[in-house]
Design a protein around this ligand. Structure first.
Ligand SMILES: Cc1cc2nc3c(=O)[nH]c(=O)nc-3n(C[C@H](O)[C@H](O)[C@H](O)COP(=O)(O)OP(=O)(O)OC[C@H]3O[C@@H](n4cnc5c(N)ncnc54)[C@H](O)[C@@H]3O)c2cc1C
Length: 547
């Protein structure tokens, strides 16, 4: 029986859902940034991905996977240990879709070597679109992709795992990884007494024949149903990286005991565990004592993904805000035609254009680094700076996007409340803000010549843009100071802004001019929309953002 309508409740002046759109086709700044960084030939593939991920069905899966959070099943009904985490089918569907598109492996060839071409840029565009729909499941997706870089330190292990990592099948069965159609990997570094300071790890590794037995705890270990984890533990020669599978080679369940799952602000579809290892079987990855050097190869890639995901979250915030403003009328006009709302939305659009151009430029450096030392230096210096600026700008941005929808922005039925709760995590994990600034300083001191060539390159690419020369001089002065830590945040932010202006200059010189005028020359106010852009520029920015 249909419900009688309420006489006073005719629904009008509400925006339709922003669903069943091609997330690639409606995003001109993304398409142009992909093309400018070598990915033009993948437009059809990306459009197919964009249509799929922009569908109402995928949006529903994202919502349902976050409403039905994972459950830890420590024991079965008879008291036997299980240490399994149950996910809603919607989560598994998201995983399967990402795996099917190669988001977890497409930057590697079958041997686990960089795939070359524009593989990083193309995969980043997919990651960016998937993040607009559901970010929790991207945690195991990013860790699986990144793990290959660390496994490279143990070639025979890489050769064994690559045929399983390299498939596009998602296989959630709880079974030994060599028997599976596809596998996922996680990582365990953070302990109660130290996350950033991994040298304080107390987990111990003791040799047991060809393998090791690991005893200790991890305070955060996400995606606990991964098939294996790269774990840091203290061996005789010092902190060492290990491959710890969920099953031992004889097929029994490994001694990995989950204590509880974290109750998190956001990222709720993803499980993050506290875990004890009670003599867990593990294999060496890289040399004993070289654990940080080994796992940092993985962390560099997860940091890159943090920046891509945060840019994707902001893009989603912008698209929803602009879509709503074009449908919602206030005081006889659409919100999108109100001058003050135009000022806010266009300024936000400029921020997203620059962030998108910047992350795609960074991904090009990942593509080219293996054959080009200049690009390798760019990647090394800019990864922490880009993660710092893009990820830390996301919460404020998403709050503003939410406000554009008024009360509707604040309720859980829309996606913006979820995006907002998600947004701080990319800045916190994989190296928090200060740690990223210290990492930029480390790159500058250890690889001074290469880093100064990168800075010089940015100066040349931004020549003539308002405020660029002054910004570059300020960065140089700050980094030369003996007490550079005191001014590191200022210098790293300026470095990211300068790199964003340079990246945008390759995509759209006019937009780069606006970005430099407002962010490098002008002292941008702390709120969006507090800058006097010309009417033509406002229209152009909004049209580019969403046709
Ligand atoms: C949802 C979630 C999932 C996670 N999943 C995983 C996982 O799967 N595997 C894993 O290993 N870890 C995981 N983590 C842990 C995460 O990586 C750490 O929380 C993070 O690295 C920070 O470490 P910490 O919490 O020990 O904070 P601390 O290291 O104590 O840092 C606290 C603050 O101090 C700052 N700081 C640190 N050193 C300095 C310094 N020298 N100077 C100035 N400031 C400094 C940091 O920037 C930070 O802001 C996860 C965290 C979260 C929130």
């Amino acid at each position: 029986m249909t419900q009688a309508s309420f006489a006073t409740h005719e629904v009008l002046n509400q925006s339709p859902p922003f669903e069943d759109v091609d997330l690639f086709a409606v995003d001109r700044p993304l398409a142009e940034a992909v093309a400018a960084n070598g990915g033009a030939s993948a437009h059809a593939e990306l459009s197919e991905f964009g249509q799929h991920w922009g569908s109402a069905a995928m949006a529903a899966r994202g919502r349902i996977a976050n409403e039905n959070t994972p459950k830890l099943r420590t024991f079965d009904s008879r008291g036997n240990r299980r240490d399994e985490v149950e996910f809603h089918p919607a989560y598994h569907e998201l995983m399967a879709r990402s795996a099917h598109a190669g988001v977890h492996n497409s930057t590697w060839n079958a041997e686990g070597k960089p795939a070359g071409g524009a593989a990083e840029v193309v995969r980043a565009a997919k990651f960016y679109m998937a993040a607009q729909v559901e970010t929790g499941h991207l945690c195991p997706i990013t860790m699986t992709r990144a793990s290959v870089a660390a496994l490279a330190a143990q070639p025979e292990l890489l050769a064994k795992t690559m045929p399983v990592i390299g498939t596009r099948a998602y296989d959630p069965t709880f079974a030994p990884w060599p028997t599976k159609r596809g596998m996922t990997l996680g990582m365990g570094m953070t302990e109660k007494q130290g996350g950033t300071d991994v040298r304080s790890n107390r987990t111990r590794a003791v040799r047991d024949g060809e393998a090791y037995r690991i005893t200790g705890h991890k305070w955060f270990m996400s995606a606990p149903m991964c098939d294996a984890f790269l774990v840091l533990a203290q061996a005789d020669e010092g902190l060492t990286c290990f491959f710890m599978p969920r099953f031992t080679p004889d097929g029994s369940v490994n001694a990995i005991q989950f204590q509880r799952l974290k109750d998190k602000l956001g990222n709720r579809s993803n499980a993050s565990s506290e875990v004890e290892f009670t003599g867990a079987h593990a294999m060496l990855v890289g040399a004993e004592g070289k654990g940080i050097r080994t796992i940092i190869q993985m962390v560099q890639l997860t940091r890159q993904d943090c920046a891509i995901a945060s840019a994707g979250l902001m893009r989603s915030g912008l698209a929803h805000a602009l879509h709503h403003a074009r449908h919602r009328r206030v005081f006889q006009k659409h919100l999108a035609d109100q001058p003050l709302m135009q000022a806010v939305l266009s300024d936000m659009a400029l921020h997203v254009e620059a962030s998108t151009a910047l992350v795609m430029r960074l991904c090009r450096s990942f593509d080219q680094a293996p054959d080009d030392p200049g690009e390798a230096a760019f990647m090394r210096l800019l990864t922490p700076a880009v993660k710092y600026w893009v990820c830390k700008s996301a919460p404020g941005f998403l709050y503003e996007a939410m406000e554009c929808l008024g009360g509707n922005g604040y309720v859980e039925e829309g996606i913006l409340a979820r995006h907002f709760r998600e947004s701080p995590v990319n800045a916190i994990w994989e190296g928090s803000g200060n740690v990223m600034c210290l990492d930029v300083l480390r790159a500058l001191s250890r690889e001074a010549e290469a880093a100064s060539a990168v800075l010089q390159g940015l100066v040349e690419e931004t020549a003539g843009l308002p405020g660029a020369a002054d910004a570059a001089a300020c960065i140089g002065r700050a980094f030369r100071r003996p007490d550079s830590e005191h001014v590191a945040r200022l210098a790293v932010e300026k470095l990211a802004l300068l790199a964003a202006a340079a990246a945008l200059n390759k995509v759209s010189p006019h937009q780069a001019e606006l970005f430099a005028a407002t962010r490098l020359a002008g002292n941008h106010a702390s709120m969006y929309g507090a800058f006097d852009l010309a009417g033509d520029d406002i229209s152009r920015l909004l049209e580019r953002a969403l046709p």
